[in-house]
Design a protein around this ligand. Sequence first.
Ligand code: PBG
Ligand code: ZN
Length: 321
Amino acid sequence: MFPVTRMRRMRTDERIRAMFRQTSVGIDDLIYPLYIKEDAEDGKPEEISTMPGQYRYSVDDAIEFAGLLEDSGLTSVLLFGIPEHKDAVGSSAYDENGIIQQTIKGLKEQTNLVVMGDVCMCEYTDHGHCGIIEDQYVQNDETLKYLSKIAVSYADAGVDVIAPSDMMDGRVMAIRDALDDNDYVNTPIFSYAAKYASTYYAPFRDAADSAPSFGDRKSYQMDPANFDEALREVKSDIDEGADAIIVKPALAYLDVLREVKQQFKMPTIAYQVSGEYSMITAGIEKGYITEDLLDETLLSIKRAGADMIISYFVPQLLGIE
Ligand code: PBG
Ligand code: ZN
């Protein structure tokens, strides 16, 4: 009790503050999302208008840029594809010569990065939904077949990790079965288990040209008002064989992140999504806030319980642009 106890005593000296700092974020805590676009020109990455400082790369440019980040200490990347051809079943997603398959092969040959493939259909379907549509409704069980096909084709290309982001029920089990049937028993699944129907994805949909052409994603992604449901989602994904859990978005869902980590003790990843990146970037650009916000935000996510963070800020943190 005061005056014997003075909390400020331990804050007086930076060296002592440093000794007891509980949380830190290092480059090895981060995963960088890379957008690969089929018709992007080599040497001319396309800047994403809603995400200043982020680009759509050709396959070769993506591999080169990833290599540069690896040289500065990055350990893993998460791949998103923007194909030229889109159709009702997203067939470009499981094309053995698809952009993601090519990128996976290149990255495995030229880098030592952990290569994670985001598995979903919305970037590949002409209607922009994350599954197969019938009667204006995304069909759950039919979609599972396609997700499994995509996962196996990524594994055939040599991917290290499958990360399904579609929010269909039973997809972790379906993908696990398909991988095992094809002898990929050691390919882990990092599941976007608690993924909310969030407006924070708006810049991504522009970047990936994946906005739904009708309706929204509320019949598969979670209602931002719900907490208990997130825990049930996580529990069911663990039961189906998920090896790590992704919570998304990050900053507005730290309560969910914390509870998921506390309850399940799983390897847990938070996705600091496109809207979070763009808001902070705009604030800094405008001069309303300073770049220090970046560290503080990442620290908060880590402190809440994230083992790893997927973040678009990786190049900036490494001083690479
Ligand atoms: C695809 C997917 C999305 C994101 C990751 N995977 C978009 C969505 O669900 O609409 C969002 C990533 C971001 O906003 O940075 N299902
Ligand atoms: Zn999707």
